[in-house]
Design a protein. Sequence first.
Length: 335
Amino acid sequence: MQKNFLKKGIISILILFVGTTIIPSVLSGEIGNISNSSLLKKIWYVDDDGEDYPNPDFNLIQLAIDAANPGDEIRVYNGTYKEHLTVNKSLDFSGGWNGTSIINGYERGTIVVIIHDYVSITNFVIQNSGVLNYGINIGATNVRIEKCDIIYNYFGIQVIGLHNSNVEIKNNCNISNNYIGVVFIDLTHSNKITDCKFTNNIYSVWIVDSNDNEFSNCSFTDNYVGMQIQDPKSTRNKIYKCKFKYNSLGIMLYSYSNRNIITSNDFMYNERHIFFRYCSRQFFTDNYFEPREFPNNYTNPHTYLIIGIIWGIGRAERPIWWFNKDPEAAVEEHK
């Protein structure tokens, strides 16, 4: 009898101990790797005509945004949505369900305005902004754009005035037929563009007074200007493992931009591969030029460069200005 009593007492203590350990964990939103946000996350379904997803929550994306709570997901089904969206909470948008999800601005205004951190947009076509307006205008940090077509806008994507903005544009985004594809402006830094295609833009990328942005494994084809980097605060931007082909001008370094790193890129069959004007201390290493002689390239007396890099000497060129040094190390040394 006494043994049974002791057993029951021990079991009760164990249950109490386990309960006091687990219950606060549940209330605080953590059991192992399960967070409070994932426990409470809701998926909202949007279909413009109800054909691909019968009885959706909404037929307009903005209505889903207004109804959602931070951390929710909005799934948008096949259709063309004539909308202009304001994203004012942390949300995940996924399109392309049962077809193509198109957000069409019909040449009026900015199509998507993001004013809250931690937003992701995946698998949409965003097209036809108004003149001097944007496909996506980002005024928030930690925004991710993946597998999207950003086409036929005046400005495709703009990121403005954000320190440590950590915007990522990646995974086969197609940025084409815009006046300017991507704009980083007004001290915007720490953004990454990876594995994207820039085609048939007037200016594919325009960096103005912005620093420490990275471009890797991107292709720039049939643009008027592949990339323009300008103004004194445009420094330490890194372009590597990209391909610049059949552009009127591959890269333009301009207006006192400095200490940018251009490494391991291919420049092929551009009218001008690289154009320097009023800039200094740019770092070039291990780039490939074809054809190797292109007489239309130009430097002026204000540019401290070796002429060999302009005329394209294959993969044998060294970093400009600081020789025999890793370009990133040289930048750190001369900040």
